[in-house]
Design a protein around this ligand. Structure first.
Ligand SMILES: Cc1cc2nc3c(=O)[nH]c(=O)nc-3n(C[C@H](O)[C@H](O)[C@H](O)COP(=O)(O)OP(=O)(O)OC[C@H]3O[C@@H](n4cnc5c(N)ncnc54)[C@H](O)[C@@H]3O)c2cc1C
Length: 546
């Protein structure tokens, strides 16, 4: 075998230029004191559909920017294999996601703190959310301006969304114009991570600026294959670019930011994980850590489909070349209209039971319909409202199937494996039907196409959820932060028992946040960078003047 090419030494090596990785690359190079190598398995973010918000639907099945993972057969979903798209491009999943800007609930972070993770209460993390943000509505106690991550309103209201919000009010829920404000509860429009009708991924918001710095090296098409150790200290990284193997040394730290599937995979390939699993693939064990790849959590959504009484949905635009041309022109000239829509237009957060302290389900309301995410739109007016449980109890895993880093790991979320989750999903579907039956929505609902009104009992609804439920793309917690024996990282995101190694991405969340995950991952990147720089400053030799 040819000797590996040596790229030399850096202060920090960051694996993965995704939501968190781009934040790290920017913040760690800002002072110009540290040399950083950023490795990304995917390529540059040149695909035009990355930058047009509606284009996310075109990226679901595009192997040039997407890992195109799927789960193992899911026992509680009729043994179906569910798609699991993940960004494989600069910006990672923030380049292919649905752009919705939701942070989660303050209680989520207070819960992280209550689990023993000092520095992660809502009061602690709010400054990092604000620092990241460039909020179109201006700054206030909850929001920031001038940060790299642009957050904007939808470009214009839509009659169907107005009707949904009004129907929610008729059903007794408040209108909410800021899901990231003092209360998450109620119905309203989502905000998007976009500026002037274009996506603001972390590659756009954070990396573009940082790439100009001479102390940042970005290598694309580079698949990290193994972390190198000296005893229990991470000293560098091995990666593949095409047929060539490279190595690079880290005098400071190796920081893994490969996301909830790839980070535990890389740790396991490198000898950190359940010993029996590693040994079964002939991987020498550096540390027997049964928590690496455990505790996978995700949001399962159940999509309810409606035929609309009026031709005002996106189906009607996409299925007519004249309307398509008009929508394209409107976007080019005004940056408005259908091309600016993300994965949800309006939506809401609701409590399925009055004894819940905060909302436990989220609705994504979209003004188009198709049989699955990314599938062709129906040839008639239609829309979809999906329900997802915000704090599932079901836990799954990510485990390597091979010692070959190019082979995907086994992803087994175990959706609906908890009775509590089944009850909540069914209650959520009934809640959503309650909103759809209000006068404001009744006007637009010609027919409930799925699950259909034949589906009445709780058992029927659960059968439908098991037959059709799919991910909302929020996997987390596979390298969970915590103080217990199964926790992978501590509250400073250092891998337990190993020096010079951190994980900074969605995989460290102790529990999935109550909402879409990108904003929280950007916050984790901001806070992670802050801690790394603090620790570097604390360990720097002190100059003694005579
Ligand atoms: C289709 C879709 C829709 C979504 N919609 C929304 C939404 O509307 N709002 C929201 O808030 N969240 C949404 N999310 C979720 C959100 O985007 C993710 O939670 C977030 O981007 C995860 O960030 P991360 O840094 O953990 O991982 P990622 O952003 O996935 O970054 C990981 C990066 O590491 C790279 N990498 C992995 N392994 C290696 C390796 N071995 N070597 C080199 N590079 C590697 C990957 O290619 C990738 O670029 C969506 C996600 C998807 C996939």
């Amino acid at each position: 075998m040819a000797a590996a090419r040596d790229l030399g030494s850096f202060d920090y090596i960051v694996v993965g230029a995704g939501s968190a990785g781009c934040v790290l690359a920017n913040r760690l190079t800002a002072s110009s004191r540290h040399r950083v190598l950023l490795l990304e398995a995917g390529g540059r973010d040149r695909n035009i559909w990355i930058h047009i918000p509606l284009g996310y639907g075109k990226l679901f099945n595009d192997a040039r920017v997407n890992w195109l993972y799927s789960t193992e057969p899911e026992p509680d979903l009729n043994n179906r294999n569910l798609i699991q798209p993940r960004g494989k491009v600069l910006g990672g999943s923030s380049s292919i996601n649905g752009l919705l800007y939701i942070r989660g609930q303050p209680n989520d972070f207070d819960h992280w703190r209550q689990l023993g993770n000092a520095g992660w209460s809502f009061e602690d993390v709010l400054p990092f959310f604000r620092r990241a943000e460039d909020q179109e509505r201006g700054a206030d106690a909850m929001h920031g301006t001038g940060g790299p991550l642009a957050v904007s309103n939808v470009s214009e209201p839509h009659p169907l969304c107005e009707a949904f919000i009004e129907a929610a009010q008729q059903a007794g829920y408040p209108r909410n114009d800021d899901f990231n404000g003092p209360s998450q509860e109620g119905a309203g429009y989502f905000q998007l991570t976009a500026r002037n009708g274009r996506r603001c991924s972390t590659a756009v918001g954070y990396l573009r600026e940082a790439k100009r710095r001479p102390n940042l090296a970005v290598v694309t098409g580079a698949l990290a294959s193994r972390i190198l150790f000296s005893g229990r200290r991470a000293t560098g990284l091995e990666f593949r670019q095409g047929d060539t193997t490279h190595v690079a040394q880290a005098s400071g730290e190796v920081i893994v930011a490969g996301g909830a599937f790839n980070s535990p995979q890389l740790l396991q390939l490198s000898g950190l994980g359940p010993a029996a699993l590693l040994q079964s693939h002939g991987i020498p064990v550096v540390a027997d850590m049964f928590g690496v790849g455990a505790d996978l959590q995700d949001h399962l959504q159940v999509r309810m489909q409606y035929r609309c009484t009026e031709p005002i949905t996106m189906n009607d635009v996409i299925n007519s070349w004249r309307h398509r041309m008009a929508a394209g022109l409107r976007y080019i000239l005004l940056r408005k209209g259908l091309l600016t829509i993300g994965a949800g237009y309006a939506g809401g957060f609701f409590r399925t039971r009055t004894d819940m302290e905060t909302p436990d389900v989220q609705v994504h309301f979209i003004i188009f319909s198709g049989d699955a995410s990314g599938a062709a739109l129906h040839p008639f007016p239609g829309f979809i409202a999906s329900i997802c449980q915000l704090r599932p109890e079901s836990r799954g895993s990510v485990r390597i199937k091979s010692a070959d880093p190019a082979r995907p790991p086994a992803i087994q979320p175990r959706y609906l494996s908890s009775a509590f989750d089944c009850d909540t999903v069914v209650a959520g579907m009934k809640l959503l039907r309650g909103i759809m039956r209000q006068p404001a929505m009744r006007h637009y609902v010609a027919e409930e196409r799925a699950p259909t009104l034949d589906c009445v009992s709780d058992e029927d609804l659960l059968t439908f959820a098991r037959a059709t439920g799919s991910t909302v793309f929020h996997p987390t917690s596979t390298c969970r932060m915590g103080q217990d024996a199964a926790a992978v990282v501590d509250e400073r995101l250092r891998v337990r028992g190993i020096d010079g190694l951190r994980v900074v991405d969605a995989s460290i969340m102790p529990t999935v946040v109550s909402g879409n995950t990108n904003a929280a991952v950007v916050m984790i990147g901001e806070k992670g960078a802050d801690m790394i720089l603090q620790d570097a400053a604390a360990s720097a030799p002190v100059a003694i003047s005579a």
